[in-house]
Ligand binder design. Structure first.
Ligand SMILES: [Zn+2]
Length: 381
């Protein structure tokens, strides 16, 4: 490394190994595996001392990443101020992820997607909890002993539907947190008619960040014990997956009439919903609720679409370890996974920023309208 060139890994959410940085024209890197599991794809680091210098960065182990199709047509996220994130043209070639960039300032940050540091999360939750319209409920601790946050918006009452919205079971999918920054403040807006009605007629429970440990540790997919939390819903363990153990226990106690689990997808360049069509108790009513939500969201947000997505599970073949399937099975309610892209939304692309924090927040606000559109159907059996 030259005297002025320096690479560093943020303690909060950072991930990269520096293989060599002798010269700006050949910086060689490798992504670290999740601590106790083999997954990797999330990266986030800082390069200092390269102002106005053409740099070439290569992630050597890209071919072994968890979702290799994620690299095709993918462009790295970069920021000078940790506020505005833009894309840098990137190539996936011979198993390596390569980009060239001439930073305009001395420090530049590169990441798989705009990071969402735990400090920002704590501050966001504290802000929400200060609203007279929100309550913060105890929900136990993570493997690392971090407090989990459960927020309640609306007053519990006889016959009111209980809506559950969670994000970031997978820590590398930071778009879930940016989505929350649109969804939650809108739900707390005291002059927004849809928010007022939902607060009056329903109780919404929100877990804004499920996998706090994995997020802080810079993991792609797992918690501190190496567990993929979205495969723990059949039999969550108090020791290995306490995050899900506590959420599921609370859902059993309070009930659930609507469930939305917010994620990001590495490969598919669009926003989409995955339903729970493969659960044994799938019914016409379940199908109608799902169709209504998807159609409404597509009308409300041109960034959302219904053509691309995961293949639908054949009847009775759903993996009941996955949250949306487990909840549809357990509570016979509308239960879905929302996937946002790491790349861009091809139906409404923005090459400058790709799919971005602001666009996640915008979709979060639109989802409130889609919930309202399907609301009359939620308690139908
Ligand atoms: Zn995910």
């Amino acid at each position: 490394m030259t005297a002025s060139l320096h690479l560093s890994v943020p303690h909060d959410s950072g991930n990269i190994d520096i293989l060599s940085a002798e010269t700006p024209s050949d910086i060689r890197l490798a992504i670290r595996e999740d601590g106790a599991a083999k997954f990797y794809q999330w990266f986030y680091f800082r390069l200092t001392g390269a102002k106005d210098t053409r740099c070439r960065l290569t992630i050597e182990n890209a071919a072994g990443a968890s979702y290799v199709p994620g690299w095709s047509n993918y462009h790295v996220c970069a920021s000078y101020d940790l506020d505005h994130w833009f894309r840098v043209e990137t190539k996936y070639k011979d198993g390596q992820l390569i980009w060239e960039h001439e930073p305009q300032t001395q420090s530049v940050y590169y990441a798989y997607f705009a990071p969402y540091p735990i400090e920002r999360y704590r501050s966001f939750v504290a802000d929400v909890a200060c609203s007279p319209l929100a309550d913060q409920l105890p929900l136990g601790e993570t493997v690392d002993g971090e407090p989990l946050d459960l927020l309640r918006i609306g007053t519990p009452g006889e016959g009111k539907p209980n809506l559950w919205v969670i994000a970031r079971q997978h820590p590398g999918e930071t778009m879930g947190s940016w989505w929350m920054e649109g969804f939650l403040p809108r739900l707390l807006d005291d002059s927004d008619a849809v928010a007022m009605a939902l607060r009056d007629q329903a109780v919404t429970y929100v877990v804004p960040l499920v996998n706090i440990d994995g997020s802080r540790r810079g993991h792609l997919r797992t918690n501190a014990a190496g567990k993929d939390l979205n495969r723990e819903w059949a039999e969550p363990s108090a020791e290995m997956s306490p995050e899900i153990f506590h959420i599921r226990h609370k859902m059993d106690e309070l009930g659930c009439d609507f469930f939305l689990d917010v994620h990001g997808d590495e490969a598919i360049p669009n926003n989409f919903i995955a339903g729970a069509e493969g659960v044994p108790n799938w019914s016409q009513v379940q199908q109608q609720r799902l169709d209504q939500f998807k159609t409404s969201l597509a009308q409300l947000s041109p960034a959302f679409q219904t053509k691309e997505g995961y293949p639908v599970d054949a009847p009775g073949t759903a993996n009941l370890k996955i949250a949306a399937n487990a909840i549809a099975h357990r509570f016979d309610c509308l239960s879905m996974t929302l996937e946002m892209p790491f790349k861009d939304a091809n139906v409404l692309p923005d090459p400058e920023v790709g799919w971005s924090p602001d666009r996640c927040a915008d979709l979060g606000r639109s989802c409130l309208d889609a919930i309202w559109a399907v609301f009359p159907k939620l308690k139908q059996r």
